[in-house]
Design a protein around this ligand. Sequence first.
Ligand code: SF4
Length: 146
Amino acid sequence: METSLQRIMRKTGRRPIECKCQKCKQQCKTPCLGTPEDILRLIKAGYKDRLAPTHWCVGMALGKIDYPVLMIQAKQEDNGYCTFFNDGLCELHDLGLKPTEGRLSHHSITKENFKFGKSLSWNVAKEWMDERNEAFIKEITQLMLS
Ligand code: SF4
């Protein structure tokens, strides 16, 4: 069966990429979005306290959808960066636990070539409403509440 990552790669045409340039590091101010599978992996790896419920409102802000999408994602710390951004690097990178948006994102994705339907953020957000992820989301909810 196709995984969320495979589905998102197919829909966005993006492939995993590594880049440590300043522009890519700037993207780590806003925590990259993970699919339910990504977030469940993070909880099981012991990172529950670095995660929090959030409403994804980008689709509403762009006038593309008329509802927020509820998800669990990495927290943003008081320093303005993602909780996993340390000394200029992603803590999760070498652990193979980086969320899908971060794995597939690159500084070449700019406002000029942004297409909502093919965007990484929308395609990850959709995974939180996809019934194929129901079991993952149920387990996430139970673990976050425990
Ligand atoms: S999880 Fe890693 S790649 Fe994603 S925003 Fe945080 S530091 Fe950056």
